[in-house]
Design a protein around this ligand. Structure first.
Ligand SMILES: [Zn+2]
Length: 330
């Protein structure tokens, strides 16, 4: 039986984001799986990303009130199937896929598949080095290389960037803007996770939940729940897998009521309970990485179903909705 969706109003936006990286590229396993060994590891990301793409294809959410793409539109995913431009039909939710350049180089067909299924392709950098620990030159090379790689594969402009492990800083934001991106989506305000970066974005003008940082450059933060002065992690990832689903949905509802938009993140490996185990890793890392992998698929389906009356948009679509045409100026 179909459950009654939550929000029942088109003013609430949900931004699903996927960090496309494989099981051996996560930061917590870096001490045991060095970059030099990546080529010898089993690639599982293609199959797992297809599971996410199929899940999104099978889901149905509220009709779109976005204008159908015009010919020559630069909007990522503008090559969506014609049925999706029907304003009165339920459509599948669109998402933003932040793809690691190293993977794009080896699996260009996967990048094209993401694009062909109507989603936004954005960058997760090239080699998954923490952005706030790279030199400016090194970071800029990584940002430019991954952007160009994805643009060469898709033939479309890449607008967005997500730093590995949300390793952001004010300096990193400046370099991202200089590298020609329209937005960053790496700020996670949950401060108890030691690796997440800090930025001073609060004095800036806002467009919905997006912060306008400089001329036509935005920060789209990961959503968290604010209760009084405390911030609780409700953005996705391990928190999504570890919290009871009803409690997680309660948090999402509160965020939508507080902020009007909710930005969620997940990784393809989070749907893969058969992935190789890194037995040498600490118990804490293993707990966070491997808990409830077999439940992620069903939980994500239910999350989308429960909020299916919200508007599911890509990051660039959201900026365009909130900021008008200026969001996509070249
Ligand atoms: Zn990552």
């Amino acid at each position: 039986m179909r459950r009654i969706p939550y929000c029942n109003q088109m003013t609430h936006h949900i931004l699903l984001t996927i960090d496309v990286e494989d099981w051996f590229q996560v930061e917590n396993f870096k001490p045991w799986i060095p970059f030099e060994s990546w080529d010898s590891r089993e690639l599982r990301v293609e199959k797992n990303t297809h599971r996410l793409l199929d899940l999104l294809d099978d889901a149905r959410v509220q009709k779109s009130t976005l204008s159908p793409p015009t010919s020559g539109s630069e909007l990522p995913g503008s090559n969506t199937k014609s049925s999706e431009s029907c304003k009165s039909c339920p459509r599948k939710p669109k998402a933003t896929f932040f793809v690691l350049g190293w993977l794009a180089e080896r699996l260009p067909r996967l990048v094209r598949e993401i694009q062909a299924r109507g989603h936004e392709v954005a960058s997760h950098g090239y080699s998954h080095e923490l952005s706030n620990q790279c030199s400016t030159d090194c970071l800029k090379q990584d940002l430019l290389k991954s952007k160009k790689l994805l643009e060469d594969i898709t033939g479309d402009r890449v607008y967005g960037y997500r730093a590995p492990s949300f390793s952001i800083s004010d300096d990193v934001l400046r370099v991202i803007a200089e590298a020609g991106y329209l937005y960053d989506s790496s700020y996670n305000s949950f401060s108890l996770h030691g690796r997440y970066g800090k930025v001073s974005i609060n004095g800036n003008k806002k467009r919905g939940v997006a912060h306008l940082l400089s001329n036509n450059f935005y920060e789209l933060p990961i959503s968290n729940l604010r209760l009084g002065k405390k911030i609780f992690p409700f953005g996705g990832g391990a928190y999504f897998r570890l919290m009871p689903p009803a409690f997680f949905r309660f948090g999402v509802r509160r965020i939508l009521n507080q902020q009007g938009a909710y930005l969620f993140y997940v990784h393809p490996w989070e749907l893969d309970y058969e992935q190789p185990r890194v037995r040498e890793a600490s118990a804490n890392f293993k707990f966070r990485h491997y808990s409830n992998l077999g439940k992620t698929h069903q939980r994500l389906e239910r999350l989308i179903n429960r909020f299916s009356d919200c508007r599911f948009v890509t990051c660039t679509e959201y900026l365009e909705l909130e900021g008008g045409r200026s969001a996509r100026q070249d």
